[in-house]
Design a protein around this ligand. Structure first.
Ligand code: ADP
Length: 640
C-alpha cells in the first residue's frame, strides 16, 4: 500500500528552485549524496559503540553504480538508514537548518540569480540537489530501529509516495533517474564511469569509507603466447575510487591548496575558499594533528545564539563528534577545522569530554598555536591579516572584553585600527612607533567614519599637533581600551574626555592665566546652564570651532550610548563639560553680554545645544532651541 504525501510548501519552493535553477554546478549532487552516505555510516558507527543492539561492523562502504540503459545512477550505503518517520521528517520536509535559513533568505530578500547561486552554494542543499540532475528519485532504506524497510519516490515537484520496500539490508540506496538531455545540459555525462571517477576524486577523495564502483576496463586480448593482439576484452572489476586518506593525514607537500579548499568547502558548507588555513602536528606530552581554517567571511549566523562553535574531533582518524566546543575559546568561535588525537578513547561520550584532561590540554595548546599563527600572519602576510581582521577581528576584541583582562597580553598585539592618518588598519605597535615627540597618550575617538572623526571639533588641536588618533567604530571598542588601559606603558586617551594634556608648560601657564581672568564669565555661563553641565571651561583643544562637549573622567559619551542601548539599559550619564574656544569671535560676544542675564542664558543654551549636536546627541528642547535661534537672528539683523 502506498501513501501519497504533499511536500510542505517551503520544501516545494526549494525543490522548484532546484529544478529551475540556473545553478551551473550541477555535478555537486554527487558530493552531497556521498556526504550524506558517509554521515549515515558515521552515525551507525557512533551508535554501535554504545548501543548493544547494533551489530558491530567493519564492512562500511558506499557503492556507486551506473545503469546506461535505464539512465540511472545509484548511491548505496550501509549506514544508519531511515525509519518511516525519519523519511517523512528528513526528506519530505526541509529539516536542515541551513536549507530553512536559505528558504527564509529567498523569501525575505530580493535575490538576484547570482546571489541565488551563492546562497545555494553557501547552504548546500543536501539530498534535494539530486533534482539538479534527476527528474525522479527513489530511496530505499532500512533502519536498525525499524522492522520494515521503506521506499520513498518522488519527481520532486508536488508530492512523494511512501510504501514498504523489499530492501533487507541496513542502509540506504538512492537511485536517480537522470533528466532528458537538453540543449544546454548533457545529463548523459553522468553515465560515464570516467566522469564519476573524476567527480569522486575531486570532491570526495578524503571520505573515510571506501567509495566503490564496478568499473569496466578494456584490455588487449592476449594470444596463445601471452602477447597482446589487436582485439580487446572487457574486464569488470570493483574499484575503490577514493584514497580515503583524510587531507590532514596526508603529507603536507602532497596536498594542493585546491584540494584543501575543496575539502574545506565540502566539510564546512562554505561557498568561498578559506582565507587561510593552518596545519600542524604536536607530539610529546599531548599528541594531535590539527587542520584549522579561517573563513573569508563571518558565517551568517556567527553572532546568533544558534551558532555552534567547535572543531570536528577524531581519534586516530575515526570520527568522534562534529562540533567539540571544548576545543575552542568563545572568541575563536569563527575557526573551523579538525583535531585528530591519538590520546582520546574511541567511545568517549559528550559528558566525559568535558572533564577530559587530555582534551583540556589540547584546547590550551590549540589556543596558543592559533594566536601564534595569527601573529605570524600579521607580520608575514599583512594584507591577508588585514582582510581577516576586517571580517572577524571583532571576535578578538570580545576575547579581551569577556575575559576581564586575562587575555590582554595574548591578544592586544593583534588588534588593528584605522586612524586619522591611516585608511588601512594598523596595529597599536605601529601607532606607538609613529608617535610624535612630546606625545604622551594614544588618542582615540569613537566615530562611524573618518569624515565624522575629522569633523569633530575636539580634533582641532590634535590635527595641529599632527598626533594620530585611533578611529573606533565598534561598540565594544572603548570598553576594550578601558580594559587594556595601556599599551607599551602608554595610556589611552579619548579625544573628548577630560584634559588632553596637549600643551607645553608655557602654553599651560598662559591657559591657566586666561582661565583665571575669565573665571567670572565662566561661572555666569555655568549658572545659566545650571543642572545641564558639570562645568564650563576655556578650551585648549579647539582652534576653529566655537564650542565642544567633553566628558569627565568617568564613563565616556560612547559608553553612555552603548549602555543605554542595552535591552535593560541603565540610565547612566557621562559627565558633561562645555568647552568654549577663547579665540573664537563668539567668546567676545559672550564677554560683551555677560551682564545681560537673560541674553546670556539664551546664548549659553544655544551654544550647549550646538555642542550636543556635534557630539551626536539630540538638542534638549527643539522648540525652545528654534525659538532662541530665531530671536538671535532677528535681533542680529534688526529687522522687525
Ligand atoms: P543534511 O544532510 O545536510 O542534513 P539533507 O537534506 O541532505 O541535509 O538530508 C536531510 C537528512 O536526511 C539528513 O540529516 C539525514 O538525517 C537524512 N539522510 C539523508 N541521506 C541519508 C542517508 N543516506 N542515510 C540516512 N539518512 C540520510
Amino acid at each position: 500500500m502506498s501513501e501519497v504525501k504533499q511536500f510542505k510548501t517551503e520544501t516545494k519552493r526549494l525543490l522548484n528552485l532546484m529544478i529551475n535553477s540556473i545553478y551551473t554546478n550541477k555535478e555537486i549532487f554527487l558530493r552531497e549524496l556521498i556526504a550524506n552516505a558517509s554521515d549515515a555510516i558515521d552515525k551507525y558507527h557512533y551508535l554501535s559503540l554504545t548501543d548493544e543492539t547494533l551489530e558491530k561492523r567493519n564492512d562500511y562502504k558506499i557503492e556507486l553504480s551506473i545503469d546506461k540503459e535505464n539512465r540511472t545512477i545509484t548511491i548505496s550505503d550501509n549506514g544508519i538508514g531511515m525509519t518511516k518517520d525519519e523519511l517523512i521528517n528528513h526528506l519530505g520536509t526541509i529539516a536542515k537548518s541551513g536549507s530553512k535559513e536559505f528558504q527564509e533568505k529567498l523569501e525575505h530578500e530580493n535575490v538576484s540569480p547570482e546571489d541565488e547561486r551563492e546562497i545555494i552554494g553557501q547552504f548546500g542543499v543536501g539530498f534535494y540537489s539530486s533534482y539538479l540532475v534527476a527528474d525522479f528519485v527513489e530511496v530505499n532504506t532500512l533502519s536498525p530501529y525499524s522492522e520494515i524497510s521503506y521506499r520513498f519516490t518522488s519527481d520532486g515537484i508536488e508530492e512523494y509516495s511512501l510504501e514498504e520496500s523489499d530492501k533487507t539490508t541496513i542502509g540506504t540506496t538512492i537511485t536517480l533517474h537522470l533528466r532528458e538531455n537538453t540543449e544546454d545540459n548533457n545529463f548523459d555525462e553522468y553515465l560515464d564511469q570516467f566522469t564519476i571517477k573524476t567527480l569522486v576524486k575531486k570532491y570526495s577523495d578524503f571520505i573515510r569509507y571506501p567509495i566503490m564502483m564496478e568499473c569496466v576496463t578494456e584490455q588487449p586480448k592476449l594470444d596463445d603466447d601471452g602477447n597482446p593482439t589487436d582485439e580487446y576484452v572487457e574486464t569488470i572489476s570493483t574499484e575503490t575510487l577514493n584514497s580515503m586518506i583524510p587531507v590532514w593525514k596526508k603529507n603536507k607537500n602532497d596536498v594542493t591548496r585546491e584540494e584543501i579548499n575543496e575539502f574545506y568547502k565540502n566539510k564546512f558548507y562554505d561557498y568561498l575558499d578559506p582565507l587561510d588555513y593552518y596545519q600542524y602536528s604536536v607530539e610529546g606530552n599531548i599528541t594531535y594533528t590539527a587542520l584549522l581554517f579561517i573563513p573569508k567571511k563571518a558565517p551568517y549566523d556567527l553572532y546568533s545564539n544558534k551558532y555552534e562553535k567547535g572543531l570536528q574531533l577524531y581519534t586516530k582518524g575515526v570520527f568522534i563528534m562534529d562540533k567539540c566546543k571544548e576545543l575552542l575559546p568563545d572568541y575563536l568561535r569563527f575557526i573551523k577545522g579538525i583535531v585528530d588525537s591519538s590520546d582520546l578513547s574511541l567511545n568517549i561520550s559528550r559528558e566525559m569530554l568535558q572533564q577530559d584532561k587530555q582534551l583540556t590540554k589540547i584546547a590550551t595548546n590549540l589556543e596558543k598555536k592559533v594566536i601564534k599563527h595569527l601573529q605570524e600572519l600579521q607580520n608575514d602576510e599583512p594584507e591577508i591579516y588585514k582582510e581577516f581582521f576586517e571580517a572577524l577581528g571583532i571576535n578578538l576584541k570580545f576575547g579581551i572584553y569577556n575575559s576581564y583582562g586575562e587575555k590582554n597580553d595574548l591578544l592586544k598585539g593583534l588588534l588593528m585600527y584605522k586612524t586619522l592618518k591611516s585608511d588601512t588598519l594598523i596595529s597599536l605597535e605601529d601607532y606607538v612607533r609613529e608617535m610624535k615627540e612630546g606625545q604622551k597618550y594614544i588618542y582615540f575617538a569613537s566615530a562611524e567614519t573618518k569624515e565624522d572623526l575629522m569633523s569633530m571639533p575636539q580634533m582641532d588641536a590634535l590635527k595641529k599637533k599632527e598626533f594620530d588618533v585611533l578611529l573606533l567604530t565598534e561598540e565594544v571598542d572603548e570598553f576594550v581600551l578601558q580594559i587594556l588601559q595601556k599599551f607599551d606603558d602608554i595610556e589611552f586617551k579619548s579625544v573628548n574626555q577630560g584634559d588632553l594634556d596637549l600643551l607645553s608648560d608655557e602654553e599651560k601657564e598662559s591657559a591657566k592665566k586666561l582661565a583665571d581672568e575669565k573665571q567670572d564669565l565662566l561661572t555666569k555661563i555655568k549658572t545659566a546652564l545650571s543642572g545641564k553641565v558639570k562645568d564650563v571651561v576655556i578650551s585648549t583643544r579647539l582652534t576653529e570651532s566655537p564650542v565642544c562637549l567633553v566628558s569627565g573622567d568617568g564613563i565616556s559619551f560612547e559608553m553612555e550610548r552603548v549602555m543605554n542601548d542595552l535591552p535593560n539599559g541603565s540610565n547612566i550619564k557621562a559627565e558633561r563639560i562645555l568647552e568654549i574656544n577663547p579665540n573664537h569671535p563668539i567668546f567676545k560676544v559672550l564677554e560683551n553680554i555677560q551682564d545681560d542675564k537673560s541674553k546670556l542664558t539664551d546664548y549659553a543654551s544655544v551654544l550647549l545645544n550646538q555642542a550636543l549636536l556635534l557630539e551626536g546627541f539630540k538638542v534638549e528642547n527643539p522648540n525652545e532651541f528654534i525659538e532662541k535661534m530665531c530671536n538671535i537672528m532677528i535681533e542680529a539683523t534688526n529687522i522687525k
